[in-house]
Structure formats: C-alpha cells, structure tokens
Ligand binder design. Structure first.
Ligand code: NDP
Length: 455
C-alpha cells in the first residue's frame, strides 16, 4: 500500500510514500520510548523552551504550512495560515502553564505528608484526521509533550506531507530525536501499534467507526483512550434573537473549514415566529461565501478534502430532499474538476432524514423549525452526538440557563460560534466521544495521577 496525497482542487497527485512495514513501526516505537526515558527527566522549563521554539517556526513559516494544507486537503490558504498561528499559541499556552497545571497537589490527611503528583505515561499513539491537519495534532501534542510524554502520530492517509512537516518542526525546535515520530501507515496497522507493549495510551480524533475500532483494541489491551469524534452541533435561534447576528453566527459556524469540522454548526433549530426572516438572511449570507481555489487568499471555502467525501455528502442531501426537506440554496454537484460542493441550505428538516439524524461533513445547513424553547431544547438533544451547541438570544440569563442546564454537549456558546481554546476543555458526550483535550483537564488525560503518602 502507498500513502498518497492528491490535491482535491485539481486531482493532481502530490506525493506517495511506501507504507512502513511492521518492523519499521516497531523500531520507531522502541526509539520513541528510549527518547521518553530521557525526556521525562527534563524540567518543565527545558520542555517549554522547545515548545516556544516550535511556536516560532510555526509562525515564521505559516505561509508554507498554509500552502501545504491547501494542496493536500483543500483548506483555504488564509485559514491554513491562521491554523498554524493557532498551533503556535497552543504551544505557548502549554509552555507557559504546564508547570502550574501539573503542580503537586497537597492533600489534607493524617499523614505526615500526602500529595498528588502527575507523572507522564510514556509513548502515546495519536490517530488524527485530515480536517485540521496541524491543529488536531498540536492540540494533543503540546500538552502531552509538556507533561513529559513521547508520541507517535498516525495521521490520516491523505495528508502525509503535513504529518512529516510536523515531525520536522518539532525536530527543528530542538526536541530530542525520536521524541515525536510520524508513522506512515494505513488504518489496518493501527491495531498492531496499539498492541505494541511500549505504547501506553491512544488518542483519536475522527469518525465514530474509527473511534470504536480503536477503543475496542485499546480496551482489549487495557490502554487508556481519549476519543474526539463527530458532532451535529445544534444552533438554537430563539424568538428574541438579533436575526442579523444569528445569520452571521450560523453562517460562520456552518462554513468553518468548508463545513468539515466536528464543531461546525450543523442543525439550525429555529422557532416559528422568526423562522422565515432568519431563513432569508441566512441564505443571503451562505450564498455570499466565496468558493474557489484554496491557494487564492480571497477564497473562503475550498473543495472538500476528497471526492468520496463530497459524494457521500451529496447522497445525504438527495435522500433528505426525497424525504421532504426543501432546498433553499445549493444542493447540486458543480461541473468541472475538484471535489467542490456549494453552500447549501435545507429547510423543513425532520427526524428520519439524514440531515437530521447524521453528521453532515460539508457546507450543508439543516434548518429544523420548532414551536418554542422547550421543543428547541428537545430537538437539540435528540441526537446521538453531543459535542458543541450554540444559543442565539438577547436574553442572557435565559441563555445561561439553557446552556448550563439543558443542552447535552461538551460546550455551549451564547451568541457566538463554537470554537476551541487552549484555556478551556474540549470534548464531547454520547457518540461524540469521551475524555477532554486542552486546558488543565486535557493535560491530565495522559498522566499517572499518583498518590504519595508519607507516614
Ligand atoms: P476517519 O475517521 O476514517 O479517519 C480519521 C483517522 O482515523 C485517520 O487517521 C484514519 O486513517 C483513522 N482510521 C480510520 N479507520 C480506522 C480504523 N478502523 N482503525 C484505526 N484507525 C482508523 O475519517 P474519514 O476521513 O473517513 O472521514 C469520514 C467521516 O468521519 C467524515 O465525513 C466525518 O463525519 C468524520 N470525521 C470527523 C472528524 C472530527 O474532527 N471529529 C475528522 C474527520 C472525519 P486513514 O486515513 O488511514 O483511514
């Protein structure tokens, strides 16, 4: 098997790598473990210096990384540049805060001294997706490395250039050789990597089936997992919402990364009194998004990352329309090369349609009309997913109550589109996975929380 990247805007083959054989993977994991044994003895400040250096490289060459992402998976250049900069900020956040987040915690007991301390686990396997090919990796790696772990990355098979670039950035930042290595392998080799005795834990970001497969093997091998899976984030538009703001927030939330984000807005649950007016403004804004060549700085939406993903999305749209949804915008596969799909708005979406029941991983919005707040909350929670959500209303007390008490999700944003932030935990409930990334919660996922008792 070869690991190959293909430009989704043109169909051009970019690079092909022979898949690493099992023996090479075992050899790398062995060397990564050796690197871990030395790295765990370093101070937070020593580790932080390397992360700060990585941040500098990410910023200085953000245009190069942006172009690489654009070519391998179609991300608009300006978004790729922003992604590299966000990775830099994440490295700096954990460089600045890991010592505080992982400081010993004294415990009040009858012992002479008792405390909790946080030791690294060892080599962590990261199975990562193509949609934010830098961010997904740094979001895991910055805290994991600061905690004293080492890592091997199995990146998505369509972004080998990004995978190798990340390895190179961390080497250039002065990290020890082999502390962070890329495994160029297909998904069929992941089970064996999980089974390697020196791999201590696994983190996966991706689809539900990939998450189940990894969790199954990790369960058998008694290894810790963190899973960040799909989402079908509901955005509740209530009758007292500022409708211009609602249309802007919903468009931004839906079109982030061409709609290929686990925390993209996917279901727009709109109360009847404002539904028509919201739809009009929303369609206008969705229509205005500039779609085109990802290497053009003016482009806001590129192609989808692969042709098979575009075709799967179009099938979901067609089936939803067959079952009664009305298409207000888009919904047609454009002529010409590239895995493009236009911004699309479906309305009258109801249970039993793919647009209601499944994740739509592309620029397709599903408007679900409801009678009022109670029904909006019920529909928001009527999903197998529980990643993010947003509430749009002028009544902030009402919004806080709904956000804090009623929505089944890992995060709820009020009057703003959902996004991740290194200072706050990120993750989901239900089929969106378990465990948390980022913040103090994320950095503690891959540590041994150790009790020390001195009598
Ligand atoms: P996958 O979930 O299949 O891929 C994500 C990662 O998991 C890749 O590294 C992939 O490797 C790996 N993987 C896939 N299957 C297995 C397996 N059985 N065992 C171990 N590792 C595995 O995503 P797709 O690219 O196929 O996208 C399909 C759908 O997944 C999207 O339409 C979207 O709904 C969802 N998705 C969600 C993401 C998120 O951010 N939560 C990100 C990407 C996709 P390989 O590339 O070699 O197959």
């Amino acid at each position: 098997m070869t690991i190959e990247s293909i430009n989704p805007a043109t169909g051009e083959k970019l690079e092909a790598h022979a898949e690493m054989p099992r023996a090479a993977v075992d050899d790398i994991i062995g060397k990564t473990h050796e690197a871990f044994l030395a790295w765990r003895g370093t101070s937070f400040e020593q580790r932080a210096q390397h992360l700060r250096e990585a941040a500098k490289i990410l910023r200085a060459k953000s245009d190069t990384w942006g172009r690489l992402m654009a070519r391998e998976m179609g991300k608009p250049l300006r978004d790729g540049i922003a992604e590299a900069q966000k990775c830099a900020a994440c490295c700096e956040f954990f460089a600045d805060n890991a010592a505080r987040l992982l400081a010993r915690e004294p415990a009040d007991t009858e012992a002479r001294t008792s405390f909790v301390t946080f030791n690294p686990l060892g080599v962590v396997l990261a199975v990562m997706p193509w949609n934010f090919p830098f961010w997904q990796v740094f979001r895991f790696a910055a805290p994991a490395l600061m905690a004293g772990n080492a890592a091997v990355l199995k990146h998505a098979s369509n972004v080998p250039g990004c995978a190798l670039a990340i390895e190179q950035i961390l080497r250039e930042a002065g990290m020890p050789e082999h502390l962070f290595r890329t495994l160029l392998i297909g998904n069929a080799q992941v089970d064996a990597a999980i089974g390697h005795p020196l791999v201590r834990a696994v983190t996966l970001t991706g689809s539900g089936p990939a998450g189940s497969a990894v969790a199954r093997k990790a369960g058998e091998m008694l290894k810790k997992t963190v899973l960040e899976l799909g989402g079908s984030d509901p955005y509740l538009v209530l009758e007292d919402a500022d409708l211009d703001l609602a249309a802007s927030v919903c468009t931004k939330g839906r079109l982030v990364n061409g709609g290929q984000s686990c925390i993209a807005a996917k279901r727009f649950i709109v109360v009847e009194p404002v539904r028509r007016e919201f739809e009009q403004r929303f369609v206008q804004k969705m229509k205005a998004a500039r779609q085109g060549d990802p290497l053009d700085m003016a482009t806001e939406i590129g192609p989808l990352a692969r042709h098979d993903l575009r075709d799967a999305l179009h099938r979901q749209v067609e089936q939803s329309v067959q079952r009664g949804a009305r298409c207000l915008l888009g919904g047609q596969v454009p002529e010409g090369p590239g895995a493009y799909y236009p911004p699309t708005v479906l309305t009258d979406v109801a249970k039993g349609m793919p647009a209601y029941d499944e994740e739509l991983f592309g620029p397709v919005a599903a408007v679900i009309p409801v009678r009022g707040e109670q029904e909006a909350i019920a529909v928001a929670n009527d999903s197998s997913f529980g990643l993010g959500a947003a509430v749009i209303t002028r009544d902030l007390a009402r919004a806080e109550r709904i956000a804090a008490e009623s929505i089944e999700a890992g995060c709820v944003f009020v009057n703003e589109a959902v996004r991740s932030d290194p200072r706050l935990p990120f993750g989901g409930v239900k089929d969106s996975g378990y465990g948390r990334e980022l913040s103090g919660y994320g950095i503690k996922e891959f540590v041994n929380i150790k009790t020390v008792w001195v009598a």
